[in-house]
Design a protein around this ligand. Structure first.
Ligand code: E4P
Length: 218
């Protein structure tokens, strides 16, 4: 399973990259706005910087257009920033048409804002490289996000779809583990749940004891 970090914060991206386990980055307009980046030039420059930090990982850059022609033009500009850019397109009618166009023209896409198996089937049919079910937001509305990952994984496997399931809207370390179990190909998570995977009280206790005992023969 690949690990992406879900942020536009450069320090956090560097920290995850230095850990040696980072395969890519997802961003969205809200995450870019959170970093205070303003204007198209600044946004594009930020994407380029992210690509340069991660070096050989996929970096999702989201379109903010909603009509077919505009999505195509914007997607082409985003893809031109760096060879590692993945054009992130929302699951809307013109978005699906655009994903098919990008697929036919060799531009990889991430279909975002996916909340059902039906949407995931459409994204795969259109040839998206990644499909992003938002599992935390599904949980927030009293449905089971991890169950959706398992359902999509089963459908893709039965039907032979090659689209990678990118579990998004991760809220906890447990979400990451459950998504791995359910068959996600990628998890995109904020830094905290990724670092949370490191933690276990018995590790800390065990290490303290080993270090204490090591003093006996130092
Ligand atoms: C996915 O690519 C999105 O950026 C993200 O995971 C959304 O997560 P949120 O529900 O925490 O905003």
């Amino acid at each position: 399973m690949k690990f992406f970090i879900d942020t536009a914060n450069l320090e956090q991206i560097k920290e995850a990259h230095e850990l040696g386990i980072l395969d890519g980055v997802t961003t969205n307009p809200s995450l870019m706005a959170k970093e205070g980046i303003k204007g198209k030039d600044a946004v594009y420059k930020h994407y380029k910087t992210i690509c340069e930090i991660v070096k050989d990982g996929d970096i999702s850059a989201e379109v903010i257009s909603t009509t077919f022609n505009e999505i195509i033009e914007e997607g082409k500009s985003l893809a031109a920033i760096h060879p590692n850019i993945i054009v992130k397109v929302p699951m809307i009618k013109d978005g699906v048409k655009a994903i098919k166009w990008f697929t036919d023209n060799g531009i990889p896409t991430n279909c975002t804002l996916v909340f059902s198996a039906g949407q995931a089937i459409l994204a795969a049919k259109a040839g998206a490289k990644y499909v992003s079910p938002f599992i935390g937001r599904i949980d927030d509305s009293n449905w089971d996000g991890v169950e959706l990952i398992a359902q999509i994984a089963q459908i893709y496997s039965l039907q032979g779809f090659h689209t990678e399931i990118l579990a998004a809207s991760i809220r906890s370390s447990l979400h990451i583990v459950k998504c791995a179990e359910a068959g996600a190909d990628v998890v995109t998570s904020p830094l905290e749940p990724i670092l949370g995977l490191l933690k276990h009280p018995l590790t800390d206790l065990g290490l303290a004891k080993f270090l204490e005992d090591a003093k006996k023969f130092a």
